[in-house]
Design a protein around this ligand. Structure first.
Ligand SMILES: Cc1cc2nc3c(=O)[nH]c(=O)nc-3n(C[C@H](O)[C@H](O)[C@H](O)COP(=O)(O)OP(=O)(O)OC[C@H]3O[C@@H](n4cnc5c(N)ncnc54)[C@H](O)[C@@H]3O)c2cc1C
Length: 303
């Protein structure tokens, strides 16, 4: 089996930036990822990535991809890493398709959406219930939809949907919306949003597709007729495959300032780590740092 110097897990902002830096350092590496762009591709409008005063998530993800491909990077796409473990001389990475060996690893697997855990969620997933407003929002033109959640992800989803849907309900389980003030202000003036604070979703119902949700609004049960449900209640790190790597109580991979984990040769970057802020520019910066640390690690260990 070929032994790579480095395997990068994930092709979001962190993994793609790590790949660009690794290519420029002539490291013999491979990228394995479920998709390209990661959460950046789910974002609506991005106004805080320096150099672009405004760009959409899918456009920025496309720019990242073009940059990565410029270096003839070897990429295993639509492939899921199931296990990362130590092996003789390095690490063994098992995916749903193959096994790979490497002398070092960068974990850049980011985060995924939390599930609601209510009746109807699994049944109506991709049949009206979705975790990605950017990907699926356009399917709900002139329909009534519900966004579940009250933080930045929920506000981002709602702001995309107000332009597409007829009516948007926000089901938020706290007393007021969180997230950035500028986003809350845009929601308040949009005209077609109804906010249910102190409310929980109880179930999702329908026939072939979603037709409604039951909520508990300040203790009172209500049925809302909706054709779409956008679940935006937060994210969990994709770190389960890295069993031997130390994590914090949230499941985030613990790293130091050089992006090193507790296992020499395993580095991590971006949203999957315990770096406090989760932003595209931070993930990209962390990806570059991780690649430079790998370069130093490979040189010191004379691989
Ligand atoms: C709706 C929304 C809007 C946002 N808006 C903004 C914004 O306006 N500005 C901003 O700066 N940030 C925004 N963010 C946050 C930003 O998108 C993230 O901080 C950033 O994408 C994190 O990058 P990452 O590379 O660490 O992880 P991710 O983007 O999560 O990428 C992880 C990658 O790893 C892959 N992967 C995961 N598990 C596996 C596995 N087991 N095997 C193989 N591959 C795997 C995924 O397919 C993906 O390619 C937003 C996030 C969301 C959800």
């Amino acid at each position: 089996m070929q032994i790579y110097d480095l395997i990068i897990i994930g092709a979001g902002p962190a993994g793609i930036t790590a790949s660009v830096y690794s290519a420029r350092k002539k490291i013999n590496f491979l990228v394995i990822s479920l998709d390209i762009g990661g959460q950046a591709a789910w974002s609506g409008d991005i106004e805080n990535y320096t150099g672009y005063q405004f760009i959409t998530g899918p456009e920025l993800a496309q720019k990242f991809q073009e940059h990565m491909r410029k270096y003839d990077t070897v990429l295993k796409e639509n492939e899921e890493v199931l296990e990362l473990k130590k092996s003789a001389g390095g690490f063994l990475i098992k995916t749903n398709k193959a096994d790979y060996q490497s002398r070092s690893v960068i974990i850049a697997s980011g985060k995924k959406s939390k599930e609601l855990g209510v009746p109807g969620e699994k049944e109506f997933k991709n049949r009206g219930l979705t975790y990605c407003a950017t990907c699926d929002g356009p399917l709900f033109s002139a329909k009534t939809v519900a966004v579940v959640g009250g933080g930045n992800s929920a506000l981002d989803a709602a702001l995309q949907l107000v332009k597409i849907a007829r009516q948007v309900y926000i089901v938020n389980n706290t007393s007021a919306l969180g997230g950035d003030a500028i986003m809350r202000q845009k929601i308040e003036v949009s005209g077609n949003v109804t906010i249910f604070n102190n409310s929980q979703i109880i179930s999702v119902a329908g026939d072939k597709f979603v037709r409604g949700i039951k909520i508990k609004d300040n203790g009172e049960l209500k049925d809302l007729a909706v054709e779409g449900v956008f679940v935006e209640i937060g994210l969990v790190p994709n770190s389960a495959f890295a069993g031997e790597v130390e994590k914090n109580s949230k499941g985030e991979v613990k790293i130091n300032l050089r992006n090193e984990t507790n296992i020499p040769g395993v580095f991590a970057a971006g949203d999957v780590t315990d770096v406090p802020e989760k932003q595209i520019i931070i993930a990209a910066g962390e990806g570059s740092k991780a690649a430079l640390s790998v370069f130093r690690y490979l040189a010191i260990n004379k691989f």
